[in-house]
Design a protein around this ligand. Structure first.
Ligand code: PMP
Length: 355
């Protein structure tokens, strides 16, 4: 028997959202992984086919075309972009490079499921700071949690799974108080779905504070979850560390080509994002009208803080063909899908057990 490292033995493995429902003959809607419900654009599929014609070769790790396209889009320098196979891999690289044995990594909780796994996997200690009663980051408590062992802080905004955002002014004030040898990673996986003018603007903060990194992904707004493309916007000192821990050749030429084609088709993709934002706001308004408590989501999902009723509510939704993401004892995250999926969700709630 091969024994796991003790910190690995102590943690549960990552569980992806489910994709099937037993015993239901009607339409099934997968609303468990915050994916974009729309199929890839023809121009993106064509770029993928072209790139697939040379898969006998290793990919170009420098990703020159994609780097220039993102730099131009985000207003940063090409050398400030560091790629990952999905932004979860970028998060893993940041943790591997900057936090190890004896170090602490602070993040809000509940937040993205992968953070505690990645931190423990690197041998560092996760420091989970509870969200406020209204499901937002408690920045004062996060500041108070800093010790001389803190190396990295994650700010997830909009926060997965609650959908709440950190305001720009409050994050600015927070950053002004964080020692500049602590890396603050702003995870903006869902930023494209935000329509709150007060929400933080990570790139501006990156330009202003030397210890800030920003994480972006092509999985959500760009609808490329299956291709695994994400990146970190970082300064030289951080980039140097990331180059040493990045998995060689993790970013395929196919993902790079699809990324370039997606940026070229941004207007078309934005129309879909706009539909999802409208749908999110419609779902939120319906939840509020029906008396369901749910925080103000700025992402492509809503959070039902069902507490002890989580498993019962999840079973009810599953029995009606709705695959959602339950966190037993806490609540349920429901992704915003196409209008028919959202209608099915709202209809299912009409007969659901209440929390
Ligand atoms: N950050 C957050 C907050 C997420 O919710 C996710 C995906 N669930 C990711 C990062 C990672 O996304 P990907 O690896 O697909 O880019």
């Amino acid at each position: 028997m091969i024994t796991q490292r003790s910190n690995i033995a102590a943690i549960p493995s990552y569980r992806p959202g489910k994709s099937t429902v037993d015993g239901w003959a009607g339409p099934v809607y997968k609303l468990s992984s915050n994916e974009n419900p729309y199929p890839p654009l023809p121009s993106v599929l064509e770029a993928i086919a072209r790139a697939a014609s040379h898969i006998e070769r290793y990919p170009n790790m420098a990703a020159p075309e994609l780097t220039l396209a993102i730099a131009a889009r985000q207003g940063v320098l090409p050398e400030q972009i560091a790629f990952g196979g999905g932004s979860v891999e970028s998060a893993a690289q940041l943790i591997r490079a900057f936090a190890g044995d004896g170090d602490e990594v602070i993040f809000a909780w509940r937040s993205f499921e992968a953070y505690p796994l990645l931190v423990s996997g690197a041998g560092a200690t996760p420091v989970q700071v509870p969200l406020t009663a209204d499901h937002r980051h408690d920045l004062d408590a996060m500041l108070a949690a800093i010790t001389e062992r803190t190396r990295v802080i994650f700010i997830c905004t909009p926060n997965n799974p609650t959908g709440t955002v950190v305001r720009h002014d409050e994050l600015h004030a927070f950053l002004a108080q964080v020692p500049d040898d602590i890396l603050v990673v702003i995870d903006e996986a869902y930023v494209h779905f935000t329509n709150d003018p007060e929400a933080e603007r990570g790139i501006e903060l990156f330009h202003e504070f030397e210890n800030v990194a920003v994480l972006h992904t092509f999985s959500k707004a760009y609808g490329m979850a299956g291709l695994r493309l994400g990146y970190a916007i970082v300064r030289d000192d951080v980039h140097e560390g990331l180059r040493k821990v990045a998995m060689p050749f993790a970013l395929t030429d196919i993902a790079q080509a699809a990324g370039v084609a997606s940026l070229a088709a941004e207007d078309e993709l934005q129309e879909r994002v706009d539909v999802l934002i409208t749908e999110r706001d419609r779902v939120r308004a319906s939840l509020a009208a029906a008396g369901w408590k749910s925080p103000d989501s700025q992402a492509n999902f809503v959070w039902l803080p069902a507490g002890d009723m989580t498993d019962a509510l999840n079973t009810h939704l599953a029995n009606l063909g709705l695959i959602v993401r339950p966190f037993t004892g806490h609540g349920i995250r429901v992704s915003i899908g196409e209008p028919a999926a959202n209608d099915a969700f709202l209809t299912a709630l009409e007969s659901a057990p209440r929390y």
